[in-house]
Design a binder for this molecule. Sequence first.
Ligand SMILES: [Zn+2]
Length: 409
Amino acid sequence: MPDINPTRLMGDLNHLRSIGAFKSGVHRPTYSADDMTARHWFAGRMREAGLDVMIDGIGNVIGLAAATGPRIMTGSHLESQNHAGWLDGPLGMVYALEAVRAITEAGGSGAVAIDVGAFADEEGHFGSLVGSRSFVGDVEEAEIDVARDMTRGTPMRDALAAAGLAGKARFTPDLSHYRAYLEAHIEQGDWLEAQRLSLGVVTSIVAIWQYRIVADGVQNHAGTTRMAIRKDAGAALMRLATTLHDAFPAVAGERAVWTIGRIVLEPGQVSIIPGRAEMVFQMRSDDTDRLSRMEQCLTEHVAAADLGGPCRVRLEPMRKGVPATMDTGIQAAFESAAQRHAPGRHVRMPSGAIHDAQSFARHMPSGMLFVPSIGGISHHWTEDTSVDDIVLGARVFTDAVALVAAGLA
Ligand SMILES: [Zn+2]
């Protein structure tokens, strides 16, 4: 079996951490100068590993192996959320690169090509998984034409031009050559740590169902309007939010989650009764039946709030995704590699976060491996994983890639 080089692995991860460093994390939003520095540096490391490397018109950094037989894609992403952690994305990138280096040093994978891809904007500064969806042919030019950076509002076309990518073609290969996609990632939750485990073999990636809930009341003076005649849209929504948080544990079970991440009161002034209020309600599960039951619960509570007055309350669906199932053969490869390196310290689990693997799962057998996040923290600069867990994860990932490659030879 191939053997990884822990010093080389940690050296590459720490170098990426130094690009756009922010406290103990990084700030590398998609197509920023630091993000492009990281892409070009990583492209160089891929070339040193013997891959034929390009940065395409969407910013994907693709390293192709010379072998001409069946292909495996491995990878993740390089950019970060704003002011966030150092491992979200880069961990999977350096694992993929190290797997290629270790397998090459152990004699190679014969006719099976093991490619590495850093897929642009997994973090969704401009859209949803646009880099990996571009690679698999699921992005139209029109989508890029209208996309804007959600932080600064910069059109995606302008950002691509500033990054030196305007006019470059997007690389969309013949997918029939690809037999598998393997990705490693930090867990970004506390499931592994809470059970004192070191590895998670992902069974599925959750679907996100999202709704806008709008309350319409009457905007008026906060001092002169008697309480008895108010139609306070903010109060109506907050009452509803509380009843939803009370009702949902019974329908959500142990793993499904829900979040009210945004509440807007209009006009949002301290001395004005809100005339209109809206909140975004998001639910995630890998079980569509459960999501349907949660939606039913949501619908009933919104209807009751509307009926109860004095404000009108309505529900507007925004997004209704489909869970992505990970391939059972790739799950078995990760599990057997995990059992070899960390017997009894691994578990099968769903992913509560979205990942590039779900773009690939629509087109080819795909699988993911998780390593623990200390304190379950991610999308924050304190995000971290122990060096022991990082190195162990790289060994398991590399073995699993070698196993999948051997199965295709
Ligand atoms: Zn990520």
